[in-house]
Design a protein around this ligand. Sequence first.
Ligand SMILES: Cc1cc2nc3c(=O)[nH]c(=O)nc-3n(C[C@H](O)[C@H](O)[C@H](O)COP(=O)(O)OP(=O)(O)OC[C@H]3O[C@@H](n4cnc5c(N)ncnc54)[C@H](O)[C@@H]3O)c2cc1C
Length: 563
Amino acid sequence: MPDSVKQRTYDAIVIGSGASGGWAAKELCDKGLKTLVLERGRNVEHVKDYPTASKAPWEFDHRGTVSIEQRKNLQGAKNLREETLHWALKDDEQPFIQEKPFRWVRGYHVGGKSLLWARQTQRWSDYDFEGPVRDGFAVDWPIRYKDIEDWYSYVEKFTGIAGNKDGLPELPDSEVMPAFETSCIENYFKESLQKNFPGRHLIAARCAHITDPQAIHIEQGRGKCQNQTMCNRGCIYGAYFSSNASTIPWALKTGKLTIRPHSVVHSVIYDDKKGKATGVRIIDGNTKEMIEFYANVIFVNASALNSNAILLNSTSNRFPNGLGNDNGLLGKYVSWHNYRGKANASYEGFKDKKTDGRNPSYSYLPRFRNVFKQEMDFLRGYAIGVAGGRGTFSNTDMIGDQLRENLLKPELGGWYISTWMMGECVPVEKNHVRLSKDLKDKYGIPQLIVSCEWSENDDKMVVDYVEQSKMMFEKAGFTNIKAEDTNSPPGADIHEMGGVRMGHDPKTSLLNKWNQLHHCKNVFVTDGACMTSTGSQNPTLTFMAITARAANYAVEELKKGKI
Ligand SMILES: Cc1cc2nc3c(=O)[nH]c(=O)nc-3n(C[C@H](O)[C@H](O)[C@H](O)COP(=O)(O)OP(=O)(O)OC[C@H]3O[C@@H](n4cnc5c(N)ncnc54)[C@H](O)[C@@H]3O)c2cc1C
């Protein structure tokens, strides 16, 4: 029988095929587990499904802009571009309720947001892992840097990270290949910081691009970055890391992986008698039929808020309030990053210099507030992204030959520098997600209510960023300085975390140090939902390392018959 229970039974199920789900699939398949990846969106095959990857500007109907007609019913209407319209999410795919303003950016297709991300990858240090217990704002992380250090290396070598060995204790070195060059204005700013602000180290940001392909990358069929900076269309060279270019095709080659797109996970099935999870229920995106799949181990990697939603919707006699939710904390302590601050300025110098070529990365100023000791009137701190360059412009106030001449020979503008704040948000209980009792989406799944707002700590941090940005720019001799609180809503950073946090104690956390639900050991949650605190670093590298670690542990536990 084609649809028999046997045919729907696997060793492992992974929910979601994004940055973290791709890693779970790779590790589980590498270790010989017959693995099913359930993905709510459509399939996206590397290269074949990047329709705009090599298109020139004039090949687009509207030179990149998106018509009012096309904008209707599309998520993030403000930032849509014709080049990346194929990733846009329809509003009616998954409506959610913003109890307070929240921007929820999602990527629903095979590969998830690993096809959309800016690829910045900075490691955490113990100044991050020890933060909650040192500063007393959250439960203690059940892991430290030493628990994850080798997994960072493991993931980085496979992924390919461009960067330098910077030797900073607050930002441990990664396994790197040559960094992208930083511009002369960034280098100048770095020198000014060294002179005027000891302890503030501007470095080339580490990012998941291959600049010197190694055997492991060639084996994946990936090549060197061509500096086209058209990354978000999908990279035909596989130069930047995405699940589609890297972990998923790798897992497929093992012959152990099945990917099922258009599979909207409804809930995890818990068997009260067996005392464990036995599988996953999906709603087929095309037929709207509910189908069950079964496995011994389940990885929940649907991205932080969706993983919360799935667990909250996984009710049973044993868990009437959501899977593993004995303490009522599931969905609470949701957190994100504070990207409210922005600054920019001009520079009158370097008239003899210009930029040449394109750079897919930036500079990065690691957190310098409250790192080694508490020194400010707010907790934690912020990192700063820095980009600088020299623009060109053409006078286009005419038609004919002169217009063509002007377009062909643009004039050099002045040097500019811009920075953006990347602040750590302190998780608090009242920032939470829960399921609506009344409203459902088109799949019959309860809508998610997101109830998150900034805290006084976040506000104070933005004030400090604005002040410090001005001071750092002034000391460097920059002009036209603007630094502001953009008052963007929570979520605009696209780094949602928490709600299923890790911890030592089942009374105050949901997951143990191996990312197993304390009360349902064959379910692992290894995306941002597991994060006890948020750090200020771009978080995805940490999700990937935590996932690889947990997947290898899960395989060992399966072999021992413990789960
Ligand atoms: C523009 C942009 C820039 C970013 N830049 C950076 C950066 O520089 N550095 C960084 O660290 N991070 C960055 N991020 C964030 C990064 O993309 C995410 O942290 C990362 O992709 C999260 O991985 P994930 O596996 O948890 O989720 P995702 O990659 O989002 O994957 C989740 C997958 O689960 C699927 N799914 C969801 N719900 C269900 C369901 N019910 N059933 C089945 N499948 C489901 C989704 O379709 C998706 O494919 C950026 C994101 C964006 C959008």
